[in-house]
Design a protein around this ligand. Structure first.
Ligand SMILES: Nc1ncnc2c1ncn2[C@@H]1O[C@H](COP(=O)(O)OP(=O)(O)OP(=O)(O)O)[C@@H](O)[C@H]1O
Length: 932
């Protein structure tokens, strides 16, 4: 195409054509060049101009010429000096379009102004419009199609153009509805090209470009098949055209497109094209990397999804539909029925939403689930109905379950009576204190029965961590609620029965917010670095605070105020005073042997027999045997060991039954099959019909069967066979005090009263006192006082020669308290220590039938001590007949049953001399008697 040739060029195309007639040619009707408007979609006026151009120059003419395509800019991006059409704003596209259309119409119709004024030509110089620097592309229409004419008269054309060469505009003028222009060809001619191709630099650049283009094609080839065609182009098309073709196929910015258009120089154009291809390659690589990553993640979750679907299908097939979704739905239903207060319900729902978004394998899933289960299990509203309290019935029930304990039962009845009159009364918290096995727990459970409330027992023994009461915060791994909250939730437990080997009975644990809660062994809580559980208990027991008890794990307040708290302890001393202050202590001293016998006969034996599925028709334990068990097999304040021994007898009896080849008489409707019949049936392969007799207590068949066997009466030989040889006998004390220097004391431990032997011996030394047997400071001081007292009164006492040497010639004295592993403390061993030392120094044996207790002063006074009842009972258990007690403990004797008192000699003393007087056989032979 020679620029001298007069041809009509029409410009349209993607680059906002404002076009120009370049060649005048024969087809130029007026001898002038034609112009067209732009086809930019956002410019209706230009679109109409384009349509006119296409219609007149391409559609209506047989001989279709070339058209010129010139880029134009947006109004906003237009450089200084560009022409801005009136009404072409950027704020509203619709208004802009309309405005510009109107403006075009008006300017054309009314002012006859050139449409050029509306167009922002791309200016290669970057500022004002110079026709010489307007550049465009000459193009040929490859395809042309016309749409159906709309009622408004509008027609749409689709034109496919092929760019042929760059040109610059010499002169631009309007012809009717479009522009015409005179142009200069910019691209090189064929001969010029051949010459340029010899340039070494160009050859190098071309190679670089082709290498980059080749790489791009090979990447694209993996994705699109059409890339193969581009590969052919690479081999056939000259490199200067390739640059244009390649770049045209990328998504590059308008500016970059314009800069390619402006790159008339071959080297510049190829360099630019290489840059663009390189950049495109980079972006493809990055995109590929990201895609791979995403695909990797996707495929993992897709795989999981697929497996999950398969699992669900398998479960469905197996009829096992308890998958997670169902589980969570069930959990939600459970939560709904828990009756949570609105704020807790909101909190729970939030947590449930969080759980729903989690995968079961995700960390935190099980903890979140466990938390919601707890919320659902807690009795937010559920309470036991408390019927009108029948005090008479309550008393009967207490009497039925417990022998003796008259005062304690009386106090419980008083407590219940107050509750009856004022149900919401903030009564004291009862605290039963006493040695093990005296019925503290069972009394508390009787209170629950009397009030028709559920009973829950929280064991506080060994609790040193505050979190055990208040729970751990959920941020801790393995966090749990505190024991109180945990004790309130619904738990399915399995209650072992006599036929444990056959079945276990499911037992629903407390699920009400108003149970009787037993805080067992409240004296066994300790404090360390992990906090002080006792102070947490203060909050629990305070009616003001426990309405909104905040367990750290639960993290929402829970109302504990409806609970009736009862506590138990073995000793009062370890209970922190503020806690003790909130409770009313009810002491339960140990039982006398007679009481134990009654408890055993009336309560323990029937209960033990029943628990073991036996009856008195099968096993009988006579009173004499129970007495032997009490005296020779147990030495406790309570009845726990006694019960254990009775259970051992019952178990042995049950084994005997099982071993006995007894012929069980079945009732009439149960027909045992004869062996031969069974064999023949089995041989035939026929189904064997058998009746199964459930092994439970209520089935009369079993009891009848037992009844038919001979009654088993426990005798001494059976006792020895089952319980072994007797563990204790009365001669023990006599044996132990057989040598001088040993005395018998009475002490009080958490197990109740105990008999304590004190052993003293002397050896060559420097007059030091050695004490052993895990002694505390107070008892050590008592020993020091006793030794000082004896040394100070050496002249008064008739001591043996060896004894006097021991005292006067700086011999070392060693005092030992047997049961060395048990810690001992307290002042009540004072009189025992003196007796032991005097026995050592005088070489006289103390009486084997006498035990003593009492604190002593340096001046020899005997002071009263605590736990007298327990101590006297302990002496009784040991078969001791005489007890020396401080005179001021006289009032404590009223607690001791009269039959015990009458069976023992109680000696009340004021001074140490009195103790010595009674402790030795025939009184103490004083050298100079200084008795008051
Ligand atoms: N007075 C009594 N009448 C009937 N049974 C009794 C009596 N005292 C104790 N028992 C029985 O003795 C057994 C032990 O009692 P319980 O468990 O209540 O003792 P405890 O004082 O709570 O002991 P611990 O301090 O070890 O918890 C129970 O079976 C109980 O029924």
């Amino acid at each position: 195409m020679a620029h001298s040739g007069r041809r009509r060029w029409i410009a349209t195309g993607r680059w906002l054509a404002r076009c120009s007639q370049l060649a005048t040619g024969e087809s130029d009707r007026d001898g002038r060049e034609a112009t067209v408007g732009t086809d930019r979609v956002n410019n209706r006026a230009d679109g109409q101009l384009c349509v006119k151009l296409v219609e007149q120059e391409l559609w209506q003419k047989e001989d279709k010429g070339l058209i010129g395509v010139l880029p134009v800019r947006d109004a906003e991006a237009a450089t200084v000096g560009s022409l801005i059409a009136p009404g072409m704003g950027s704020d509203s596209e619709e208004r802009g379009l309309k405005g510009s259309a109107d403006a075009v119409g008006d300017s054309q119709k009314q002012d006859g102004k050139n449409p050029q004024e509306l167009i922002h030509w791309h200016n290669s110089c970057g500022n004002s419009i110079f026709i010489q620097v307007l550049r465009g592309v000459a193009a040929r229409a490859l395809q042309l199609s016309r749409g159906v004419e709309k009622p408004s008269g509008r027609v749409t054309y689709i034109v496919v153009l092929e760019g042929l060469c760059r040109f610059s505009v010499q002169e631009l003028s309007a012809r009717g509805t479009y522009y015409v222009a005179r142009i200069n060809r910019l691209d090189l001619t064929k001969s010029e090209l051949e010459q340029a191709e010899q340039d070494q630099d160009l050859i190098l650049l071309s190679r670089q470009f082709k290498a980059a283009a080749m790489e791009l094609i090979s990447i694209l080839e993996q994705k699109q098949k059409t890339a193969g065609r581009t590969k052919v182009l690479l081999e056939t098309v000259p490199v200067h055209r390739l640059a244009d073709i390649f770049v045209a196929s990328f998504e590059i910015s308008f500016e970059e497109q314009l800069s390619m258009l402006d790159s008339v120089d071959l080297k510049v154009r190829i360099t630019k094209a290489t840059e663009l291809v390189d950049r495109h390659l980079q972006s493809i690589r990055v995109a590929e990397k990201i895609t791979q990553k995403v695909e990797g993640q996707l495929s993992k979750s897709q795989k999981e999804f697929l497996l999950r679907q398969q699992m669900r299908a398998i479960k469905e097939e197996l009829g096992d539909n308890d998958d997670d979704e169902d589980d969570l739905a069930a959990l939600e239903r459970k939560m709904q029925s828990a009756g949570m207060p609105p704020n807790v319900w909101k909190h729970a729902q939030r947590e449930l939403r969080r759980l729903r978004k989690m995968q079961p394998q995700q960390p935190g899933y099980s903890s979140s689930r466990g938390y919601l289960e707890l919320l659902a299990d807690l009795p937010w509203q559920n309470v036991s109905e408390e019927p009108e309290l029948d005090l008479k019935a309550a008393k009967e029930s207490l009497d039925r379950d417990h022998y003796g304990l008259v005062k304690v039962k009386q106090r419980i009845i008083e407590y219940l009576a107050v509750r009856k009159l004022k149900p919401d009364a903030r009564g004291p918290i009862l605290c039963f204190v006493g040695p093990p096995g005296v019925g503290k727990t069972s009394l508390a459970s009787s209170i629950a029965t009397a009030l028709n409330r559920k009973f829950v027992r929280i064991s506080l023994g060994g609790v040193k961590d505050e979190a055990d009461i208040r729970g751990h915060r959920r941020t801790y791994i393995g966090s749990m609620p505190g024991r109180l909250i945990d004790g309130l939730k619904v738990v399915e437990l399995f209650q072992p029965t006599f036929y444990t080997f056959l079945y276990l009975l499911p037992l629903q644990r407390v699920a009400v917010s108003n149970p009787v809660m037993l805080l067992d062994e409240i004296d066994k809580t300790g404090s360390d670095v992990r906090g002080d559980p006792a102070s947490a208990l203060l909050e629990v027991l305070d009616p003001e605070q426990n309405k909104t008890f905040n367990d750290h794990y639960l993290n929402v307040p829970f109302d504990l105020s409806k609970i009736i708290f009862v506590a138990t302890a073995n000793r009062v001393q370890p209970i922190p005073p503020p806690l003790l202050d909130r409770m009313e202590v009810i002491e339960l001293p140990g039982y006398t042997p007679e009481e134990k016998l009654k408890i055993a006969m009336k309560h323990l034996i029937p209960r033990v027999l029943e628990q073991h599925g036996l009856s008195s028709e099968f096993l009988q334990i006579p009173e004499d045997m129970v007495k032997i068990i009490i005296q020779r097999y147990t030495r406790e304040a309570g009845v726990r060991n006694l019960e254990r021994n009775l259970s051992a007898l019952a178990r042995a009896a049950a084994v005997m039954v099982a071993e006995q080849d007894c012929n069980i008489q079945f009732s009439k409707d149960v027909q045992p099959m004869t062996t031969s019949l069974l064999d023949s049936r089995l041989a035939d392969g026929a189904e064997v019909e058998m009746e199964v007799i459930p092994m439970n207590d209520n089935r009369p068949e079993i009891s009848n069967a037992f009844a038919s066997a001979s009654v088993l009466v426990v005798d001494e030989s059976m006792l020895e066979k089952v319980l072994g040889p007797p563990r204790y006998d009365d001669s023990e004390t006599a044996e132990r005090v057989a040598t001088p220097g040993v005395s018998v004391g009475l002490v009080w431990t958490s197990f109740g009263g105990e008999v304590q032997f004190v052993e003293a011996t002397a050896m060559v030394g420097k007059g030091d006192l050695h004490l052993t047997g895990q002694l505390g400071d107070v008892i050590k001081e008592s020993a020091q006082i006793a030794l000082t007292w004896v040394r100070a009164r050496a002249a008064n006492l008739k001591l043996s020669t060896a004894g006097e040497i021991n005292i006067l010639e700086n011999q070392d004295i060693h005092i030992h308290f047997p049961a060395g592993a048990v810690p001992k403390d307290g002042p009540s061993a004072g009189v025992t220590l003196v007796t032991s030392l005097v026995s050592l120094f005088s070489q006289r044996k103390v009486r084997a039938d006498t035990a003593m207790t009492g604190e002593m002063t340096l001046r020899g006074l005997v002071l009263p001590v605590g736990g007298i009842k327990d101590k006297v009972l302990a002496a009784h258990r040991y078969g001791i007949k005489r007890v020396i007690l401080p005179e001021r403990n006289l009032k404590d004797l009223t607690e001791i049953p009269s039959q015990i008192l009458s069976s023992m000699e109680i000696l009340l003393v004021k001074r140490i001399e009195d103790v010595l007087e009674h402790a030795f056989e025939g009184g103490f032979p004083w050298r100079r008697h200084s008795k008051l």
